[in-house]
Design a protein around this ligand. Structure first.
Ligand SMILES: Cc1ncc(COP(=O)(O)O)c(C=O)c1O
Length: 361
């Protein structure tokens, strides 16, 4: 039971440093707030961090996905294969192009990444691109997908919203496809409030994204760029903390019945560890477990994600399709609190609360 001495444990908590605050204050005092020298410096710094030729700063990751699809040639009449187990933006960006999202299933609760075998089965002459999501900062099978896309002459766009410093086989996530899209939203690993980054090695994609950025109203600004530049310096330390906490969660959660952990332990060191997902063995218990975590133990949780193909807007437009593994994951998943300065005492409380609620009949 949460007591007065037990402060609620938030899902996420953002702590800015004095350097972060000073960086923003300097821009505010300069009187030049719009996208300018700081945005260019932030783009260059993130490009160097990724080892990518071009980075374009935008108003959101949704904008980055939209422009990535436009710049890779997606238009009306085209199909884009996307996961349904994702945030709405991955599929919505396809609709913004006048194209049709075609939903592929995930591999399973042990790896909720888009399934390359299902992607291969869904490719048609109308397929123009494939999007993968690096769920929670863990790599989708991006090299396999790139090879599949190359064989079929379609583009691969990586939704790397969660994964600003994660790798697959030594490659930075976001750099394996023709374009990679990152989110700078407030709860993300590299957050500035609102913002997105599109990275690419293709000069034509970068040029088109820069041109459309102004026309589509997807501009960034120098205050957020200054904050991004400052926070980028702490990114590796933040991720080291996230990985340490994730390893500790995984060790402790092994002893708790009624749940499985997605991804193998070895994947943690290559992940940006954006969130700590667990999959309940019995999805029917999820609502009650979450409610008890909140009311009895003061532990905030979230759900990543309701399946997009089950949204009313998609059901009405595209009809009912079955993606059994996506549907299972979307009903079984609970996201636990995780942030770089989370204490081990807070973590112990989350684990004890879960053990208490899952152990209860
Ligand atoms: C997988 C994924 N893609 C895209 C987005 C969209 O990011 P933004 O809010 O920066 O537009 C999010 C945001 O939560 C996300 O989780």
């Amino acid at each position: 039971m949460a007591t007065a001495a037990q402060e609620p444990i938030p899902l996420f908590d953002l702590r800015l440093t004095d350097d972060d605050l000073r960086a923003v204050e300097d821009v505010l005092r300069s009187g030049t707030l719009q996208m300018g020298a700081h945005a260019e410096a932030f783009e260059r710094a993130f490009a160097a961090h990724l080892g990518s030729a071009h980075v374009v700063a935008l108003s959101s990751c949704t904008a980055a996905l939209h422009l990535a699809f436009v710049a890779t040639g997606v238009g009306p009449g085209d199909e884009v294969i996307v996961p349904s187990y994702t945030f709405a933006a991955t599929a919505a960006a396809v609709l913004y192009c006048g194209a049709t999202p075609v939903f592929a299933d995930v591999i399973g609760p042990h790896d909720p990444s888009i399934d390359p075998a299902h992607v291969a089965a869904l490719i048609t002459p109308r397929t123009r691109a494939v999007a993968c999501v690096h769920f929670g900062g863990y790599a989708a099978p991006v090299h396999e997908l790139r090879a599949l896309c190359d064989r079929n002459g379609v583009a691969l766009v990586e939704d790397a919203a969660h994964a600003p410093a994660a790798t697959a086989g030594g490659a930075m996530l976001g750099t394996v496809g023709q374009a990679g899209c990152f989110s700078l939203f407030s709860n993300k690993v590299l957050s500035v409030g609102e913002g997105g980054l599109l990275c690419t090695d293709d000069a034509r994609i970068a040029e088109q994204a820069r041109r459309l950025r102004s026309r589509a109203g997807y501009r960034f600004d120098d205050m957020r760029a200054a904050l991004g530049l400052s926070r980028l310096r702490g990114l590796h330390d933040d991720i080291a903390q996230r990985r340490r906490l994730t390893r500790r969660y995984r060790e402790q959660l092994q002893a708790v019945d009624g749940l499985t952990l997605p991804y193998p332990d070895e994947a943690v060191d290559a992940s940006s560890c954006y969130v700590m997902p667990i999959m309940l063995t019995d999805p029917g218990r999820r609502d009650a477990v979450r409610a008890a975590l909140r009311s009895r133990h003061g532990v905030q949780t979230s759900l990543l994600y309701p399946a997009v193909h089950e949204f009313t807007a998609y059901l009405q437009r595209f009809g009912r399709i079955e993606l059994p593994r996506t549907e299972h994951c979307s009903r079984a998943e609970i996201t636990l609190p995780l942030f770089p300065h989370m204490t081990t005492a807070q973590q112990d409380r989350v684990v004890a609360a879960l053990a208490c609620e899952l152990g209860a009949p």
